[in-house]
Design a protein around this ligand. Structure first.
Ligand code: AMP
Length: 477
């Protein structure tokens, strides 16, 4: 797939290279200095020169590596060639499109892009669903060089003709593995069909599965592969421990750990929305300032919870995987797995929330006898045995014990099984209730029914055939 592979490196900042060495504009350097960034992280040191050369990139990078700046800084630099201060929207066509799987990630990437471009004339905006389209439409109509978007809402804007992608020279797919997991492949195909054939493509993915390689083969041209950590490797700077706790005592155990360790900023992962809500309420009753973040919360509620967590009033964020994915919370000292994830790769993503950008962190997991297979899957994937510790001084509250019937109802079955990948069969059967906030393939916003005909004009095909087309079955450029 690639003609060059850059060797994996540690995630700590590289002192040998400086941002000044890349030939970035003084306006961008000033913004980096505003951010307090001193040295590029390894992925930035690798990606920035390659993106500046106009090459396609396949970045196997986990969260916390600084990948967002790794692609946004050179994009802003490349777009400076077209930058102008004209008030005419026509002088500000969309030249770079950054696609992300979730609204939170889109918002965070947009915050970063805006921060890095703030001293330049390059304009950026973000579009995602669940909020009013009108302000997004106004921003798009005013002219922007960079659009950060979730696929469904972008297609809404395409359909309403409020965005024109015919001059898009750079496409970024961030967290491509999660986009596949979430069933966005048909939407991605529609979007790619709208872009000029001649363009630069950057694809970033935390994991590097065969499906991701197929997707990369279908649209990247002679890409340079950049890898800063082995796929599915867990960061060295994260201390992982396991506590065996009876299923019905897990909520008390979480409260005990938070108090014992005096944790002030921790994300606790639950496999289910209802489990997250119940645990959050339980912690609140125990006097711990907690808030739940999951797909049944409105976008406003999620943003408020995240902000309260970042600012401090909320100390514990109880989250499902889908809601937590992409949250950029600097220097998170600890994550707790209240449930072990059904999908072993999610364990890697979860603990990637801590120990970010070189800081150290703790990942604490609770498990019971019923989790033996899930635990075995995780340890097989990360190729290490996690340290088992005794939860000292923990006495579950009497009368507090209650059976947990909260599980297994909101995690979508990973669509990857549709690609024929051998799935781990150890997890319990999942109901197919899909998180309406994140998992919906494109459905147009207006009441008029959207033709099932794809934008390339060919008749609609069953989903499987569309998948095959993008994964290498279609015509190669
Ligand atoms: P990302 O992997 O892009 O989500 O970035 C992870 C975190 O590292 C974010 O909080 C960034 O603001 C931060 N970061 C990115 N680049 C640097 C850098 N060169 N030096 C210090 N922090 C950085």
């Amino acid at each position: 797939m690639s003609d060059s592979l850059i060797a994996p490196q540690s995630q700590s900042s590289s002192s040998a290279v400086r941002f000044e060495d890349f030939g970035l504009s003084p306006d961008i350097l000033r913004a980096l200095s505003d951010q307090g960034y001193v040295n590029p992280t390894p992925i930035q040191a690798q990606a920035i020169p390659i993106v500046l050369q106009g090459r396609d990139v396949m970045g196997a990078a986990q969260t916390g590596t600084g990948k967002t700046a790794g692609f946004s800084l050179p994009i802003i630099q490349l777009l400076l060639a077209h930058a102008n201060t004209s008030a005419s929207p026509a002088r500000h066509p969309v030249r770079a499109l950054i696609l992300t799987p979730t609204r939170e990630l889109a918002d965070q990437v947009a915050d970063n892009v805006k921060a890095y471009s703030r001293h330049t004339p390059v304009r950026a905006t973000v579009v995602f669903g669940g909020v009013d389209m009108a302000p997004q439409t106004a921003a798009l109509r005013g002219g922007v060089e960079i659009v950060i978007a979730t696929p469904g809402r972008l297609l809404d804007h395409v359909q309403q003709k409020t965005v024109n992608l015919s001059q898009t020279q750079i496409l970024v797919m961030d967290e491509a593995d999660r986009m596949l997991d979430m069933g966005f492949l048909p939407d991605l195909q529609r979007i790619i069909n709208l872009l000029p054939k001649e363009r630069q493509n950057l694809m970033f993915s935390a994991t590097f599965s065969p499906e991701i390689k197929k997707l990369a083969n279908s649209f990247l041209r002679n890409p340079v592969t950049i890898e800063v950590a082995r796929s599915n490797a867990t960061a060295d700077n994260v201390t992982q421990v396991l506590y065996k706790v009876e299923e019905e005592a897990k909520r008390d155990a979480v409260a005990h750990i938070i108090r014992e360790r005096n944790l002030k900023q921790v994300i606790v992962f639950s496999n289910t929305k209802i489990g997250a809500s119940r645990l959050s309420r339980h912690l609140e009753k125990d006097g711990i300032k907690a808030s739940a973040i999951h797909g049944d919360k409105t976008q406003g509620e999620r943003m408020a919870a995240l902000e309260a967590f970042k600012q401090g009033p909320v100390e514990v964020l109880v989250a499902t995987d889908v809601a937590a994915r992409g949250l950029d919370i600097a220097e998170l000292p600890c994550v707790i797995n209240y449930d072990l994830p059904y999908n072993a790769e999610d364990y890697v993503h979860r603990i990637g929330r801590t120990g970010r950008a070189g800081a150290s962190g703790d990942a604490i997991s609770l498990y019971s006898d019923k989790d033996a297979r899930l635990l075995a899957d995780i340890e097989k994937l990360i190729k290490q045995k996690i340290t088992r510790l005794e939860l000292t001084g923990f006495v579950p509250a009497r009368g507090e014990r209650r059976p947990r019937h909260d599980d297994h109802e909101d995690r979508p079955a990973p669509s990857r099984s549709a690609y024929g990948r051998g799935s781990h069969t150890s997890h319990p059967p999942r109901k197919e209730k899909v998180d309406p906030w994140f998992l919906k393939p494109y459905e147009p916003a207006p009441p008029s029914p959207q033709s099932e005909e794809p934008l390339d004009g060919h008749p609609a095909k069953p989903a499987k055939q569309k998948v095959a087309a993008l994964l290498g079955g279609g015509p190669k450029r």
